[in-house]
Design a protein around this ligand. Structure first.
Ligand SMILES: Cc1ncc(C[n+]2csc(CCOP(=O)(O)OP(=O)(O)O)c2C)c(N)n1
Ligand SMILES: [Mg+2]
Length: 830
């Protein structure tokens, strides 16, 4: 026996040596092979000569065939050896066959769809897919694999390129619905609203080759490239949360990017960064770059400081599959591998589908002006179906082409008879009970709670397990909150918010709040998560309100605004029953998310008839902290306000904040809500509220001044300045100036303000007072409206001088300005 053992180890040693040599050669190709791969069908992206790969011999030939063919994969940067091995085995093992007949059919359909559009609607933009047509068999393969893994829905985000084609070939809308978009509709039906046809969302049913049904949800999308990325992922997360954690395989997000946009737009990096974060993960997003090696007129060497547009994804431990878009079988294999990898490891994956762009950026563009040689080569290049039919030896291809062409031409004829723009999508049932459009008084809901319930909620909010080692400061905070809830101390904003959230989750309304440092709160005000000082384990009182409560998820977000706001907007789109909130660290930073605010939050209903109840919490107030910690830019939101598209509020005390949050969750009028939230006033006694005010019926859009009857001067304002004005009035022992808070700026509370001004009919002056400079704040918005209701009476205004930046950088200068502002407000000449 000892002899036999010796033999075994000798053989192993021999094997090891040959294996080491093989591994050495293969590793070089695994690591660098993608640089020498044959990826560009037109050959403009030339393979790079990599010194490490200048190896001769059988092993090198074998490895080169696998790693430098029409698939080039970047995966050796992945730290986990199991994941590397997985890809290695797939790349080096036997390949499952491809259904070439089905792929050919898809290619013909996709290309002829574009052709018929081109011929029938010459001179219109459609952003043809031609050149990266293999996207269609690629998505077909993704769907086949995903369905086998249990997918029920593909949530897809993409921009203009090939979108109309995807609507027909993937979302399976009837082609006549798309053609109808090119026909003239009665312009009176869309005056001032709606969107162009290649931005609209679509839904449909895809049947995979195994006969499985996968619902397709193509997300509505603005022109702003890649802005739809976080929205798509957020929507997926909401769909997953609705069915619980076990739902992860069911909803699969797919993002189709442009090559120039993927490299250029920061929001792509923000979105990739969410992939493994507990509050944001969806168990892996599939990214496809529809890489035509051009962006409008810009070529890759002008668009990214890297060989591949996909380089950005290298910061993550995820694979990047580059594939030559004219090797259709390779494209399908990559789709299979990438999708299986996503399901195996719950990881993002990137597929870089490399092709070209057959026409100009749009079809009304002439690309020969900027890329004459490229377009000369493209002109002579046959369509992919022709190449593929020849490759796989199909002879009667022209018969198929004619039949498919006829189908589209019939559809085009049908389209001319369609008079109303087709909706192309069905909304999920959970939207049935929610309403958009103009506000109606019957939408009002009662939001007050009985004292006993407030006491019970307080009890749950301030209790933690007996063996929990609490931080002394948090202990004191909870003791104070107990006193607030029990009427021994006025309730501050932090407690008001906790009471609103607790009451909602108890009644079955989920709450999700994300933002930078939101768990504790930037201003140390929230403390939603208690951290044990001995072992850092967490206890969340809001998750321990009652045994059958709804979810309460409060997450610190990444340090991004556009991406996170987009994600939460998406989340709110698929969870209308939940209260979904995004908080800016300071309201000033919301302008980094301006595209999401403009393109989705304020205009989504107008463009796409899609509602959202998203809440934006934006700390606002002039407190001497400088130009970037003062203003949430009230003026910008007011400028975006029209046709009751959203609500813009600044609750002036804690109880108002409580009622406002509850109103947002309980009303069936689903509109985004922008809340300017306090900073120094968070714990200020003047803005705190007795617990009894939480039993009042509802939020008041205008807070009347109950201390003054028949004032001679009425100061109207919103937010912190109102408290300062009341303080100033006290110091001056002024008994004739009323100070009225406008807590809801939009929709404009005309009736309430008219009533309040009516109570002071003897007042000669009506004055709008604001902290912001003359070119900012609510001034422009309020003056014409106040003049309209003031009638004969004069409407004046007090504000800082117009300024290019929101505030001074000096705390002392701020204090002087503020003092002057208050003095002017009480000076009758102003
Ligand atoms: C944020 C943003 N900036 C600029 C544009 C204008 N624009 C529209 S398409 C385009 C080129 C996009 O190139 P690429 O991402 O490669 O997509 P392709 O059109 O080639 O498919 C540009 C610059 C835009 N729509 N969005
Ligand atoms: Mg491009």
């Amino acid at each position: 026996m000892p002899g036999r053992l010796k033999n075994v180890s000798e053989t192993a040693a021999v094997l090891d040596i040959s294996n080491i040599e093989r591994e050495h050669v293969f590793d070089a190709f695994r690591r660098w092979g993608y640089l020498e791969a044959d990826l560009d069908p037109l050959g403009f992206l030339r393979p790079v000569e990599v010194p490490d790969l200048q190896i001769e011999g059988k092993l090198a030939r074998e490895a080169r065939r696998l790693y430098c063919g029409t698939i080039g994969v970047e995966f050796m940067h992945i730290a986990d050896p199991e994941r590397r091995r997985w890809i290695q085995e797939r790349m080096e093992g036997a390949q499952a066959p491809v259904d070439q007949e089905a792929a050919l059919d898809q290619l013909i359909r996709a290309e002829l769809f574009e052709l018929v559009l081109q011929q029938r609607y010459l001179g219109t933009k459609r952003f043809s897919l031609e050149g990266v047509t293999a996207l269609i068999p690629l998505v077909d393969e993704i769907l086949a694999v995903a369905a086998r893994q249990g997918a029920v829905e593909l949530v897809m985000g993409m921009s203009h390129r090939g979108r109309l084609n995807v609507i027909v070939q993937v979302a399976k809308r009837a082609p006549e619905e798309v053609f109808a978009g090119f026909e003239d509709v009665d312009p009176r039906s869309v005056l001032g609203s709606g969107d162009v046809k290649y931005h609209m969302g679509a839904t449909g049913e895809y049947v995979t080759r195994d006969g499985a049904k996968v619902h397709i949800h193509l997300v509505s999308n603005p022109s702003h490239l890649e802005a739809v990325d976080p929205v798509t992922v957020g929507r997926t997360r909401a769909k997953q949360d609705r069915v619980g954690e076990s739902g992860k395989p069911k909803y699969l997000p797919l993002l189709v990017h442009g090559d120039a946009a993927f490299a250029g737009q920061g929001i792509v990096a923000e979105t990739l960064n969410y992939s493994d974060l507990p509050g944001f993960t969806v168990g892996g997003t599939i990214h496809v770059i529809a890489n035509n090696l051009i962006g409008f007129t810009t070529v890759p060497r002008e668009a990214h400081s890297s060989r591949f547009s996909a380089q950005l994804a290298r910061r993550q431990s995820i694979p990047i599959f580059h594939v030559n878009g004219e090797d259709v079988d390779a494209v399908i294999r990559v789709a299979r591998m990438a999708t299986e990898y996503r399901y195996q490891f719950g990881s993002d994956v990137v597929i870089d589908l490399i092709g070209y762009r057959r026409h100009g950026h749009s079809e009304v563009d002439d690309p020969t002006i900027t890329q004459p040689l490229l377009y000369k080569a493209i002109k002579d290049h046959p369509p992919l179906w022709e190449i593929y039919a020849e490759d796989i030896g199909v002879e009667d291809v022209q018969t198929r082409v004619r039949a498919i062409r006829q189908e589209y031409e019939n559809a085009q004829e049908k389209a001319a008879a369609i008079t109303k723009k087709p909706a192309m999508r069905e909304l999920p049932e959970y939207w049935n009970t929610y309403i958009g459009g103009r506000y109606k008084p019957e939408y009002a809901v009662d939001t007050g709670l009985p004292l006993e319930e407030l006491h019970e909620l307080t009890e749950r909010l301030v209790t933690y397990p007996a063996d929990f080692h609490i931080h002394p400061k948090v202990k004191r905070l909870l003791e104070q909150r107990a006193e607030m809830g029990n009427g021994k101390r006025a309730v501050d904003y932090g407690m008001a918010e906790a009471l609103a959230f607790a009451s909602l989750v108890k009644s079955g309304v989920s709450v999700r709040l994300t933002g930078q440092d939101s768990r504790r709160g930037t201003f140390n005000q929230r403390h939603s998560v208690l951290v044990d000082v001995e072992d850092e384990h967490e206890y969340v009182p809001l998750q321990n309100i009652s045994s059958d409560q709804a979810r309460c998820d409060i997450y610190n977000s990444t340090l991004s605004e556009a991406g996170v706001l987009g994600f939460e907007y998406g989340y709110s789109r698929d969870y209308p029953e939940a209260l979904v909130l995004w908080e800016a660290q300071f309201g000033d930073f919301a302008n980094v998310a301006q595209a999401v605010i403009d393109q989705f939050v304020s205009s989504g209903e107008d463009k796409w008839n899609l509602l959202s109840g998203l809440v934006l919490l934006l700390p606002h107030g002039y407190e001497g902290q400088g130009p970037e910690h003062s203003s949430a830019r009230i003026e910008r939101f007011l400028q975006l306000a029209a046709r009751d598209n959203f609500q813009i509020c600044q609750p002036s005390n804690a109880a108002q904040y409580f009622h406002l949050l509850r109103r947002q969750a309980l009303s069936h009028w689903r509109k985004p809500l922008v809340v300017f939230t306090p900073k120094s006033m968070l714990r200020h006694p003047d803005a705190s509220s007795p617990i009894e005010q939480f039993t009042h019926p509802r939020f008041l859009s205008v807070l009347p001044d109950l201390e003054i009857e028949n004032a001679t001067r009425v100061l109207l304002c919103t937010g912190k300045i109102g408290h300062e004005l009341r303080e100033e009035r006290k110091n001056r022992q002024d008994g004739s100036t009323a100070i009225v808070f406008v807590d809801q700026l939009y929709p404009f509370p005309e009736a309430e303000l008219t009533a309040e001004l009516g109570r002071h009919s003897g007042a000669r002056d009506i004055v709008w007072v604001q902290e912001e400079p003359a070119n900012m704040g609510a001034l422009f918005y309020m003056l014409p409206r106040l003049r309209h209701i003031a009638g004969e009476r004069s409407v004046l205004s007090i504000k800082r001088s117009a300024s290019a930046s929101p505030s001074t950088g000096s705390a002392k200068a701020h204090a002087m300005e503020q003092k002057t502002l208050l003095a002017l407000a009480f000076s009758p000449k102003q």
